[in-house]
Write a protein of this length. Structure first.
Length: 394
């Protein structure tokens, strides 16, 4: 039986809860007080003591990031790298592959636009073949179709766990089983999943996984992480190296680190790194299974109430759905809805453009409203959102 979630604590620790309804958590969540306090304190110490000196004094807080992420993902601290955002973390993994003409990359129709750009860059550079795996009847990646596409030319399976422009959770564990059985490297973009759903890299079967701090982990912007399985680290040489990722041992030779630090930069957002560790620790005090249950339940409640509004069409796909809720209306554009809801102190975002281009073009979508809930949101806020949307739509 699910334990009752401590919503009072969650809202006490979120200063803006009394002033606005924040349904833009898939964009950037509201930081809880302990995370914001860590960030401010670190920056204040840098102001008063100096950057290098603060990093030295705060070594344990900085190192906590690795242990906290390892606990979150069920991996080893040495398998974790701190990177400035999820896209750059993904890049550090993806661009470490040395593709050749005829190699195949298998991905999803709901793939994030930045990833698709990177795939196509390698198509142009090396003659790689990019294959979008069909969806099944639920609108998620068809794992049977994926399995049938596996052959000796497949160099990488790379998928987005939760897409930016819809509410589905792709069956990442099933994909992992197929990848592992075939011996194909598996890169999982869980930018929208980290802090949102319970992630266990052993169960997922992924060789690499990237995430961000600013979304459901409730950490600062410009923070992210990359997990790379220990046995896989030495197989990937990053496309850029510095004297943090490697060591110059003579004027003509260098050695690359053997842990995931090879994917990091020497210069980092140290205050953000410390605060991200705090954010992960904070999430773990609730427990990821409890967070996942609450977020998904709130998402389902919001969907159930949206379908009662004339002219609203839900655009979420997938057998399993998350806390990201997307819709369009017959009455107004998504952009106008976002602007008018903002005047009522409700934050949502619009999904449009290249972020979900492949999926949206296939489905005939141009833009959708994205309302993404988090565990500190409430049923009362959902009711206020629904009432406000009715007013906006007239």
């Amino acid at each position: 039986m699910q334990n009752e979630f401590d919503i009072d604590r969650a809202r006490r620790d979120t200063k803006a809860c009394g002033d606005l309804v924040h349904f833009n958590n898939a964009g950037s969540s509201l930081m809880p007080i302990p995370v914001a306090d860590t960030l401010r304190a670190f920056l204040n110490q840098e102001e008063m003591s100096g950057g290098y000196e603060t990093a030295e004094a705060q070594a344990s807080a900085l190192d906590n990031f690795y242990g906290a992420t390892a606990r979150l993902l069920n991996c080893k601290p040495t398998e974790v790298a701190f990177v400035e955002n999820a896209t750059r973390a993904w890049d550090m993994a993806f661009y470490s592959f040395r593709f050749s003409a005829g190699d195949k990359i298998l991905t999803t129709l709901a793939e994030y636009g930045s990833n698709v750009i990177a795939y196509n860059q390698q198509v142009a550079r090396y003659g790689v073949e990019l294959v979008f795996v069909d969806n099944d009847e639920h609108g998620q990646i068809d794992v049977n179709a994926l399995e049938n596409l596996i052959d000796d030319r497949v160099k990488l399976i790379s998928i987005t766990h939760i897409p930016t422009g819809g509410g589905l959770i792709n069956p990442a564990c099933a994909v992992g089983k197929i990848a592992n059985a075939a011996g194909v490297p598996y890169l999982l973009d869980s930018c929208q999943g980290m802090g949102h759903i319970d992630l266990d890299v052993e169960q997922l079967g992924c060789d690499m996984l990237c995430g961000t701090g600013r979304k459901y982990l409730r950490g600062p912007r410009a923070t992210g992480m990359l997990y790379v399985k220990k046995r896989f680290i030495k197989e990937l040489e990053p496309y850029v190296l510095d004297q943090h990722a490697a060591e110059l041992v003579s004027p003509t030779t260098y050695t690359i680190r053997e842990d995931a630090g090879r994917f990091e930069n020497w210069e980092q957002f140290y205050a953000g790194k410390a605060a991200l560790g705090t954010a992960i620790d904070y999430a773990m005090t609730y427990g990821m299974p409890a967070i996942q249950h609450r977020v998904i339940s709130l998402g389902e409640e919001l969907r159930n109430k949206l379908v009662d509004i004339d002219g609203v069409v839900l655009t979420d796909e997938g057998l399993e759905k998350c806390g990201i809720v997307t819709f369009k209306t017959a009455q107004q554009t998504a952009t106008n809805i976002k602007k008018q809801l903002r005047t009522k102190q409700i934050n949502v975002s619009v999904s449009a453009g290249s972020g979900s281009l492949v999926s949206f073009q296939q489905r005939g979508l141009v833009e959708v409203v994205r309302a993404s809930v988090h565990y500190y949101n409430t049923s009362q806020e959902i009711d206020y959102f629904i009432a406000s949307l009715r007013q906006v739509l007239g």
